[in-house]
Write a protein that binds this ligand. Structure first.
Ligand code: MN
Length: 203
């Protein structure tokens, strides 16, 4: 497993294939206040490609081309946050998408533990550390521990999706899950536009 680290954007000639796992690290949970610092990606081959985003940066053409490419499925865990963070930073909406947290909520109805660490542990027997989760992602020089942690958030999403899809088929909820993924980019936009805590479907 190798970590590739880039400044500001993906390299021109890098093709990550038809299904790209993506995760973001930011300065915090408020997208209007807290800037995007790192975007991690994997094609599912065991390697991680990470882009360090500069303060004030508003463009990343190669990344955005992939985000908007209808032939590339973007794979997230809690994509609602990452989709909003990247739209807020670059004005590009990721589509089409898949979210392992939504899939988990639709099939693992026997638990309320849908965090990535728990899913990887329970479904594919991978143990990831969350020790760096609350570290300073705005640092100019990210530590090896930070980069290894950041990479672990995307390295196993393809395998996790396979497992969750088996369960979705078994429980007859594949179509429902797909409808949720289709709506997810809109849900992220609602967060940014001022409806973060409102269920627009409630009475
Ligand atoms: Mn992460």
């Amino acid at each position: 497993m190798t970590n590739f680290l880039y400044k500001n954007d993906l390299p021109d000639d890098l093709d990550l294939g038809p299904m790209v796992a993506i995760d973001c690290e930011t300065m915090g949970l408020n997208p209007h206040r807290d800037r995007l610092c790192l975007v991690q990606m994997s094609s599912g081959d065991g390697h991680a490609h990470m882009i360090q985003i500069a303060p004030g940066q508003t463009e990343a053409p190669n990344l955005c081309k992939m985000l908007a490419d209808p032939k590339v499925l973007k794979l997230f865990h809690y994509g609602r946050f990452d989709i909003a963070a990247m739209f807020n930073a670059f004005g590009t909406l990721a589509e089409p998408v898949y979210c392992t947290k939504i899939a988990s909520k639709l099939v693992r109805t026997y638990t309320d533990r849908h965090g990535l660490k728990n899913l990887l542990d329970q479904l594919i027997k991978v143990d990831i550390s969350k020790h760096q989760q609350m570290s300073d992602w705005g640092a100019r020089d990210l530590s090896k521990a930070q980069l290894d942690y950041a990479a672990s958030d995307v390295l196993y999403l393809h395998k996790l999706r396979d497992r969750l899809n088996e369960m979705l088929v078994r429980e007859g909820r594949m179509a429902l899950a797909q409808s949720c993924y289709d709506f997810l980019p809109t849900r992220a936009l609602l967060d940014l536009e001022g409806w973060p805590d409102v269920d627009i479907f409630s009475h």
